[in-house]
Design a protein around this ligand. Structure first.
Ligand SMILES: Nc1ncnc2c1ncn2[C@@H]1O[C@H](COP(=O)(O)OP(=O)(O)OP(=O)(O)O)[C@@H](O)[C@H]1O
Length: 775
């Protein structure tokens, strides 16, 4: 660089020499050119030295040259900056934008997480500190002696310990001292700012979602209103609190969004008045305390003004105070005749995790506690005083109950305590200012107030609980309940669907097996028809050959009363097995020659059931349990009457005993089943079991498998010469038709999976078509 500089200088000197020696004078352009050529390699010092040299050598330099030099300087500077920036860019991790953004995102997430952790930790620690100090904190404030008291020669009875700011002593008239201890004692000389400095930590808890209540209690004229409201020169806790809330809310603006609402009311003679909603000229609007769904106390119709600045707040406080009930007592010219309650509602939303909070801050200036006798009031003032004392005593009761941890806290004994219910004791933070007068004239009142405050300080309240926005919580609770209910319903429906599917598959299985059985039966019937046709044709042939024997045969048939079935053409085909009789054959309806009847062998005392009914289900279930005989008589067509006058199929069954609940035909009264085998004892003992075992067994069990074959059935048919079914006491129907009918009930009954027994009793497995069998 030094070399470069010397070179440049030499060059310039050379140029200068040349300018002196060689006429004409060099144009400025040559300087520019030189400068341009060397700018890149020159630093600021070089240029400035060049400048000096040029000016000393040439006297006044051309302005353009100066400009050029300046520009060169700028270029140099810019180049330097460029270099620095290039280095920075090179040093930056990752050249690609996406990668860099990703890195930044990760870093942001990490920081966000750290911030949230730190912020919750801060809140926890802060809260812990307040809890250690006590969620109910009592401050004592003593006002200075006023002019009147001084004039009256009253002395101060309050002594303060210079080393202890939490204690004070009251000197009684007998010179005895009584010591009181509080969280802090404010002396007469302490200003509003000192008072608020102690209050501030609790006040800001409302922004963290805690309910806070600050109230001033004390004798009339001791400075309650002064502490809470203050004066324009000495603003009190109310104004300072809101100022602080706005300040902190602004500080947390990047993370939290706050909305502040202010309501102002007074409890005057046990009536609530909205101080923001009405002027003193207007008639008072009646307000009542209602319990909201979330369990908090609300006053429907109360004005809630959204505030954005301390100026707005100040205006509101001023307008509210204008309509407040005040009156002159001999203790205070502008004595508050009501309890004034300022409620600040804070709605907070965490912008990072969207958590919402809703909390209340109550700032209460109580009416002065006073001895009615002492202040010499009468008329309206007396009434006011009585109400004031009543509500203050209710407040005392609440505080006593909280202190003694009784199960019932009498919050509802006064409007004041009812209103403050969710902000007094329990899970909120409370500050009480006990205001006292130093005057010896007020000694009694002072002792009363200090005793009351000591009781309040003795309350061991539980840990304060953070108040989430209860309306949100309530909404979520309802949603959760609905979800739970829906889940239950869905589960129920799923169970139902499952059981229906099971039932459906069982029914499908049954239907399949029934279809198979029907097919079997139809085959058997066809066989039977064939056999009978052969038999009949043989019989007709014999009758034709021997007439007298035909007569004899007819007589025999009449005597037996068991004519064989008519030709198969006249009988209806076997259809689906049902519990009802098949419809009457066309023959029967046309000529009434063919008759199908179900005859129940009735007991002698039940004659009504013998009358003919058409397909009527039995109404008297008693009859179902009685032995029955069912006969189907078929009269052949007129043409064949000469050969076959009357035919009838008779089916005799016996109703099951009372234990039989499933297929009556399967079990005879004698304890045998239809095919003469002994009923399995296990099934007989447990009809339910038997029912289900039958449900899944394809056919009734036959003791002799040979009897189940169509051939065996044919051979056992009465039409093939088997003994007539009417054999007394036998009750073992062996005909295939009977078996079919027996199966009918077997088929029908399992379908009633539930309540089978009852349904069985309601509907007959064999339709009752009673007819008087005249034959
Ligand atoms: N700490 C104090 N320093 C100076 N002046 C005070 C102080 N406390 C009270 N005062 C003055 O005492 C007077 C009465 O105070 P204030 O009206 O606040 O009493 P109060 O307790 O609210 O009475 P009331 O119950 O009758 O409403 C006022 O003039 C007020 O300025």
């Amino acid at each position: 660089m030094v070399e470069m500089c010397s070179e440049s200088c030499d060059q310039i000197v050379l140029e200068k020499d040349q300018t002196v020696e060689n006429e004409p004078k060099p144009s400025p352009k040559s300087h520019i050119e030189i400068l341009e050529e060397n700018t890149d390699s020159m630093d600021e010092d070089t240029i400035s030295s060049m400048n000096q040299e040029i000016s000393s050598a040439q006297g006044p330099t051309l302005p353009i040259l100066q400009k050029v030099i300046n520009l060169s300087n700028s270029v140099q500077n810019l180049k330097k900056e460029h270099e620095i920036l290039s280095d920075q860019v090179k040093a930056f991790p990752g050249h690609d934008i996406v990668g860099t953004l990703q890195l930044l995102n990760n870093e942001y997430d990490l920081l966000k997480k750290k911030y949230l952790d730190e912020s919750s930790e801060r809140k926890r620690l802060y809260n812990e500190v307040i809890e250690l100090k006590g969620n109910i904190r009592v401050f004592c404030r003593c006002r200075p002696l006023n002019q009147v008291e001084i004039a009256n020669g009253s002395s101060s009875v309050v002594e303060f310990d210079s080393s202890q700011d939490t204690e004070l002593q009251i000197v009684s008239s007998d010179s005895s001292k009584k010591q009181f201890k509080f969280d802090h004692v404010f002396r007469p000389e302490d200003g509003q700012d000192a008072v608020f400095a102690r209050t501030k930590p609790i006040v800001t808890s409302v922004l963290d979602g805690y309910n806070v209540c600050i109230f001033a209690y004390g004798q009339t004229g001791t400075g309650k209103t002064f502490t809470m409201e203050g004066t324009p020169e000495n603003r009190g806790v109310n104004y300072r609190t809101l100022e602080e809330l706005f300040r902190v809310a602004g500080e947390r603006g990047g993370v939290m969004k706050y909305e502040l609402f202010v309501s102002m009311m007074e409890v005057y003679n046990e009536k609530i008045r909205d101080l923001l909603g009405e002027s003193s000229n207007q008639p008072t609007k009646k307000l009542e305390i209602k319990q909201a769904a979330e369990g908090t106390q609300e006053v429907p119709g109360l004005v809630e003004a959204c505030v954005y600045s301390t100026e707005e707040v100040w205006e509101l406080l001023k307008s509210g105070n204008r309509v407040r009930s005040v009156g002159a007592t001999n203790a205070n010219e502008l004595s508050s005749r009501s309890h004034c309650l300022l409620r600040v509602t804070v709605r907070g939303t965490n912008l990072i995790n969207s958590q919402k909070t809703k909390s209340h801050l109550w700032l209460v200036d109580l009416a002065g506690s006073e001895r009615v006798g002492k202040i010499e009031v009468e008329g309206e003032r007396l009434k006011e005083s009585q109400f004031i004392n009543k509500s203050l005593s209710a407040l005392g009761d609440v505080i006593s109950a909280l202190a003694s941890k009784t199960a019932h806290v009498p919050y509802r004994n006064s409007k004041l305590t009812h209103m403050l219910q969710s902000s007094l004791g329990g899970d909120c933070k409370t500050v009480m200012f006990v205001q006292i007068s130093p005057s010896s004239a007020d000694l009694g009142e002072t002792l009363c107030s200090l005793n009351f405050a000591s009781r309040v300080r003795g309350i061991e309240s539980g840990p304060a609980r953070k108040q989430v926005d209860l309306t949100e919580l309530y909404k979520y609770k309802q949603m959760a309940e609905k979800l739970k209910h829906d889940d239950k319903e869905t589960k129920k429906l799923q169970d139902n669907v499952q059981s229906l599917q099971l039932r459906l598959s069982a029914r499908e299985h049954i239907c399949k097996s029934l279809q198979e059985k029907v097919r079997d039966l139809e085959n058997q019937l066809a066989e039977e028809r064939k056999t009978r046709l052969k038999q009949e044709s043989r019989a007709f042939a014999v009758a034709a050959s021997t007439r007298p024997s035909l007569k004899q045969a007819t007589e025999n048939t009449k005597a037996d009363k068991k004519p064989p079935l008519g030709p198969s053409k006249l009988r209806l085909p076997l259809r689906r097995i049902t519990n009802f009789m098949p419809p009457a054959s066309p023959m029967a309806t046309k000529g009434k020659a063919t008759r199908m009847s179900m005859v129940t062998a009735p007991p002698s005392d039940d004659k009504e059931n013998n009358s003919e009914t058409v397909m009527a289900p039995p109404t008297n279930t008693k009859n179902l349990l009685k032995p029955r005989r069912t006969s189907i008589a078929v009269k052949p067509p007129v043409k064949t009457q000469a050969f076959q006058p009357k035919r009838r199929v008779s089916i005799a069954t016996l109703r099951p005993d009372a234990h039989m609940t499933t297929t009556p035909l399967r079990r005879s009264a004698s304890g045998f089943n239809n095919v003469g085998t002994m009923e399995r004892p296990s099934l007989a003992r447990d009809p339910r079991k038997a029912r289900y075992s039958r449900l899944f067994s394809p056919l009734p069990e036959f003791s002799n498998p040979s009897e189940t074959s169509p051939a065996a059935m044919r051979s056992s048919s009465k039409f093939m010469g088997s003994p007539p079914a009417a054999q007394a006491g036998s009750l073992k129907p062996r005909h295939t038709t009977v078996v079919a009918l027996q199966r009918k009930s077997l088929v029908w009954s399992p379908l009633k999976l539930k309540g089978m027994q009852s349904s069985y009793r309601k509907s007959s497995f064999l339709p009752l078509r009673h007819s008087s069998d005249k034959e």
